[in-house]
Each structure stands twice: as structure tokens, then as C-alpha cells.
Design a protein around this ligand. Structure first.
Ligand code: MN
Ligand code: MN
Length: 407
């Protein structure tokens, strides 16, 4: 008797309802096929709209076992902070405790909307998902960088380097920001207006070499996000800040426009880390597209936790850890997923449309180990003795690095 037979309802017509649990016979049998319909029913309070988002929580695959820290969250459940010019909402370790490595912000800036000049201790990585915006940043030796970024383009601002963002016409922009610190918050950054408002005017006068009266109209409360005028031509803004010299490497990069590292009939994977996007020394990113029914093959990451932003479509992911523990969750657009370093996972497109999601790692380079790749690159007799599988079948396993199946 094997797992596949049990899931399919038993071999040779035998009912599967009383089958032992797979792989851990010493544990209580877990899964719907080990119980009775009466015990399986769920008569209590129901919120079908919410519960319906999570079929794998309501009826887990029989291979799921044990419990795990919650690895699903969503911007859809994050309150928006709305101001003139735009809004933002965030998912951080405070409301998503597993996410120790990464905090994230979803922000909208209308045309001319400005995210105030500011800085913070975490590095910031961003990707435009709609529209276009202008970014400014100053590096640690005083070289300025101004650039416009559109859909699929990314930026990286090193820790402490001051920057701003502004929505461009006609539609403004929407983007995702990640910080390389789960405790970081977009609602608590060092703002230029706050510092000026909390410095004695004579000190401002001495610092800037102008009379104190120059500062009589500065805002006394910070702006954070505010409605501004749309900026002029990019070249003019670039020329206006060119005096300090140009940074050696750009702070922006086209992830969406880069050559995929893997592309086949099932989808594509694009990568941006410090090997291609040199300034991004603490964040590696993968942008994945999967066709309906396709799967990002079973793998893990040896060097970092994986933080996910589900952009389009829907899918499911099972995370595997020692114990054994395995848990499956469903994801839709706007959701966030998290896989701690080293824990096995796959992602399947369970919807009728293309699935697109972003995977973020707090690491200078992208690394992964593929299960199929590993078993293909291990002596076949050794693998065969572990799994009771004919070496001729093992020879058919895909050996791609960073695979999408079917390949
Ligand atoms: Mn920032
Ligand atoms: Mn992964």
C-alpha cells in the first residue's frame, strides 16, 4: 500500500479511510481520509467568504502533518494609511511574526504624489507594479542619482542613504517596498520635515548659512506622503544634481525586462541579485511566472528565508520542515508568503490564469537546491535504496537547476 493509492481512495477497491498515516506510523493518523464523515463535518460558526479563500486549510492534503507557524499573510488585510497624494499599508513582523528577515510596504502615489525625503536604518528594495515613479537617492560620498522607473523595474537604497519617490503622470504609480529587517516600518522613518521642525532656528541658520527667517514657513508636522506638483523632464532633474558626480552603479534595474534564467512552456524565472544589480548587496529577488497547472519544482534555499508577494493569479504552496511537519496554504493576488531558510517547498498554479509572484531573499546572491536536481546528481543505486524506485525511473527525473515543471 502506498501513498498514491491511499490518496486515490485505496488500491484494489480497498477503502482508504482507515489507512495508517504516511511516513510517520508512530504518530496519530492525520488527514480527512482517516476519519468519518460525521467527525469531519464543520457545523460551527462559518464565514464562507473568508474560509473559501483557504481550501487547503479547510481540507488539507492527507500528506500534511503537524503544525507550523503561520506563513500566510496579505496586504488585503492590512489597513491603509491614506493621505493627500497617496496611501500605504504594510506587513511586518509585528503583524506577521514569522517574517523576521523582511518587512514590506504596498504604496500608491497618485500623479505628483510625493513620498517625503527620508532615510532609515534598513536597506530598501522596491518594484513598480503599476504606472511610473521618479526616485532620488544620495550615496554615502555625496553622489546623487535620479531616475524614472516603470512596471517591472526595481530600486535599491542602501541603509541610511536618503531618498524620495514621486508618482508620475498620467496614472501615478503603485509599488512594493521590502526592508531587509522584519521590524522596520514605513510609518516610522527619519523625515526631513521632522528634523527641521525640531531644530532651533538659529542652528538651522548657522547650518545652512542663511538667515533664520528663511525657515519661518517650514511645516511643523511631517508630510510623509503629500500631494506635489508633477516633476519636470528627467534630464533637467538629473542635471540639477550632477555637481557631486555620478554613482558608479545604478540604483535601479529592470527585473521585468531582464533575460529569464529559466523559461519553458510552463513559465519563466527572472533573477536580480548583486551579481547583476550590483548595488543590491542585501536583497536577492526572483520574479516568477507560471502557466495554469505548472509548478515551481520542490526546492529549498540554503542561504536565506524566502518572502513572497503574490502579484497575479492564484496558487498553493506546501512548506516542509523536520519533525516531520508539512503544511499547505493557498495564495491569491496581494497575499504574502514566507518560507524559513532551508525548509522545502513547491508552488503550483491552481488557477485558470497565469500566476505571477515575487520571491525576496535577504542575501547578496540567489541560492537554491532542487530536490530533483539533487536526486539526479546522486549515485542512482544510493537513491534507489532510499526510495525503492527503479534507477531507470530516477534517470527520468529533471536535472534542471531552478526548475519549472513540466519542463
Ligand atoms: Mn524609504
Ligand atoms: Mn523558493
Amino acid at each position: 500500500m502506498n501513498l498514491i493509492r491511499r490518496i486515490l481512495g485505496g488500491a484494489g477497491g480497498a477503502p482508504a479511510a482507515k489507512g495508517p498515516s504516511f511516513g510517520n506510523p508512530d504518530e496519530p493518523a492525520q488527514g480527512a481520509l482517516n476519519t468519518t464523515p460525521a467527525a469531519l463535518s464543520d457545523p460551527g460558526p462559518q464565514n464562507p467568504a473568508l474560509a473559501g479563500q483557504f481550501p487547503s486549510f479547510q481540507n488539507p492534503p492527507p500528506t500534511d502533518v503537524g503544525g507550523m507557524p503561520m506563513f500566510w499573510s496579505s496586504f488585503n488585510i492590512a489597513p491603509k494609511r491614506i493621505q493627500a497624494g497617496g496611501w500605504a499599508r504594510e506587513v511586518t513582523a509585528e503583524n506577521f511574526p514569522i517574517s523576521k528577515a523582511i518587512a514590506a510596504v504596498n504604496m500608491r502615489l497618485g500623479p505628483g504624489g510625493i513620498r517625503e525625503l527620508h532615510w532609515h536604518l534598513a536597506a530598501e528594495w522596491g518594484i513598480v507594479t503599476n504606472g511610473a515613479c521618479r526616485v532620488t537617492v544620495l550615496d554615502e560620498v555625496g553622489r546623487a542619482y535620479v531616475q524614472d522607473v516603470g512596471q517591472g523595474e526595481i530600486w535599491y537604497f542602501p541603509p541610511g542613504q536618503p531618498h524620495s519617490l514621486q508618482g508620475l503622470g498620467p496614472d501615478g504609480c503603485e509599488f512594493l517596498i521590502v526592508f531587509d529587517d522584519g521590524a522596520a516600518s514605513e510609518f516610522n522613518t527619519l523625515l526631513v520635515t521632522d528634523w527641521l521642525a525640531h531644530t532651533p532656528p538659529d542652528v538651522l541658520a548657522q547650518n545652512f548659512g542663511v538667515p533664520a527667517e528663511v525657515f519661518k514657513d517650514i511645516p511643523l508636522h511631517d508630510l510623509w506622503i503629500f500631494q506635489g506638483e508633477e516633476p519636470g523632464p528627467l534630464a533637467a532633474d538629473q542635471a540639477a544634481v550632477a555637481e557631486g558626480g555620478a554613482p558608479p552603479n545604478p540604483f535601479t534595474f529592470s527585473l521585468g525586462g531582464s533575460k529569464p534564467v529559466r523559461e519553458n512552456g510552463s513559465g519563466s524565472i527572472r533573477l536580480a541579485d548583486s551579481t547583476t544589480f550590483k548595488v543590491s548587496t542585501s536583497i536577492a529577488a526572483a520574479l516568477l511566472s507560471l502557466k495554469p497547472g505548472a509548478m515551481r519544482g520542490m526546492h529549498w534555499h540554503p542561504n536565506a528565508d524566502e518572502w513572497q508577494y503574490w502579484i497575479k493569479g492564484e496558487g498553493r504552496m506546501t512548506v516542509f520542515n523536520a519533525g516531520p511537519r508539512a503544511q499547505t496554504a493557498d495564495f491569491k493576488a496581494g497575499d504574502v508568503g514566507y518560507v524559513p531558510k532551508g525548509q522545502g517547498h513547491y508552488i503550483q498554479n491552481t488557477g485558470a490564469t497565469d500566476l505571477q509572484f515575487l520571491a525576496i531573499f535577504k542575501a547578496p546572491v540567489y541560492q537554491e537546491v532542487g530536490l530533483s536536481e539533487w536526486l539526479r546528481h546522486t549515485p542512482p543505486a544510493l537513491v534507489a535504496q532510499h526510495l525503492n524506485i527503479d534507477p531507470a525511473e530516477i534517470a527520468k527525473f529533471p536535472q534542471d537547476h531552478i526548475g519549472i515543471q513540466p519542463g
